[in-house]
Design a protein around this ligand. Structure first.
Ligand code: SF4
Ligand code: SF4
Length: 314
């Protein structure tokens, strides 16, 4: 007879998703994995405070009898928004996971919640380091770029975590593991414009990564080459050269277009509450309105990088 775990795996597979279930006792390993790297001073302190400090390693009180954590990988595309400038149309890419992150998370949790409710179980949301959970549970491997890769999805995926009262008799755990292919490849290291990826250490120098800088407020550090900017937020350089992504790279969803006037408002860094409602709606549909100030700065940087590579107009 199929176990409840088998039923969940089949449910995920039927939707084109992938997942693993681990016992809730793994919370200890998850916390250890983060804290041990901090103790060894492997994290830049700003990066730790901004990106890693907010995790909660306590089971949720709202779900008494929690026994397991389910980690799910969902294939997601890159997204493109078109801006119009005096120099012509400017396609601006968003790496997988940025556009509609919460909508995807909510959709997956609701679908899994309904499925498990039909079996007499419940789910609750997690605030956990999902990449560490995905790799520890053997759902994913790290690339040399420290991005998660799942078999059949490359790095075009979003991770979603759920607590559950589903029993988890197995649920193995392993040390952080790098893709086999990375042992004979250094394409991402060579392509990275900020030397964030290094041969001599497994952990990314996150404080050098463009993504860290274009997700936080303030001006960019002087050491970032202006031509390095390549996305409206985030960075695709190391993912786009990765052979693991070869069959996924063309998966691009065009989501919205910003007129000359709308683009100009962003380049002038007009405040979000001063924007026309239709423009706010476009940003909301991408779930990017909260990052609006950063987006305006990033768009200026992207226009600058583009103008250096664009051939002069006839
Ligand atoms: S580009 Fe090569 S080294 Fe980098 S993550 Fe992909 S396979 Fe690994
Ligand atoms: S995301 Fe960009 S900056 Fe960060 S490691 Fe990859 S290539 Fe380098």
């Amino acid at each position: 007879m199929a176990s409840a775990t088998d039923d969940v795996m089949r449910f995920l597979k039927n939707r084109g998703w992938a997942g693993r279930i681990v016992g809730v006792k793994r919370l200890h390993e998850l916390r250890e994995a983060i804290e041990a790297r901090r103790d060894r001073s492997l994290f830049d302190e700003d990066f730790y405070q901004e990106q890693l400090r907010g995790f909660t390693f306590q089971p949720p009180e709202l779900l008494p009898g929690v026994r397991s954590i389910i980690i799910i990988a969902v294939p997601v595309p890159q997204t493109r928004a078109i801006f119009h400038t005096n120099g012509g149309p400017l396609p601006a890419v968003l790496p997988p996971t940025y556009a509609g992150y919460s909508a995807t998370t909510d959709k997956v949790r609701a679908a899994l919640g309904d499925f498990l409710a039909s079996k007499g179980h419940r789910v609750a949301k997690t605030v956990l380091p999902l990449k560490t959970l995905a790799v520890g549970s053997a759902l994913a491997d790290y690339g040399r770029n420290n991005i998660c890769y799942v078999n059949g999805m490359g790095s075009f995926l979003q991770l979603v975590g759920c607590y559950s009262d589903l029993p988890c008799p197995g649920g193995s755990w392993r040390e952080a593991t790098m893709l086999e292919r990375c042992k004979s490849c250094s394409a991402c290291e060579l392509r990275c414009p900020t030397e964030a990826i290094r041969q001599d250490r497994f952990l990314l120098r996150a404080e050098r990564c463009l993504t860290f800088h274009n997700e936080r407020p303030g001006e960019f550090p002087d050491w970032i080459d202006p031509s390095a900017h390549n996305c409206l937020i985030g960075c695709m350089h190391c993912q786009s050269v990765c052979p693991e992504n070869k069959s996924h790279l063309a998966w691009m969803e065009d989501r919205c277009e910003f007129s000359m006037e709308e683009t100009a408002l962003m380049l002038k860094r007009v405040a979000l509450d001063q924007l026309p409602p239709v423009m706010k709606e476009k940003l909301r549909s991408l779930e990017l309105n909260e990052a609006f100030e950063n987006l305006c700065r990033n768009l200026s940087a992207l226009v600058g990088a583009e103008s250096k590579t664009r051939p002069p107009r006839a």
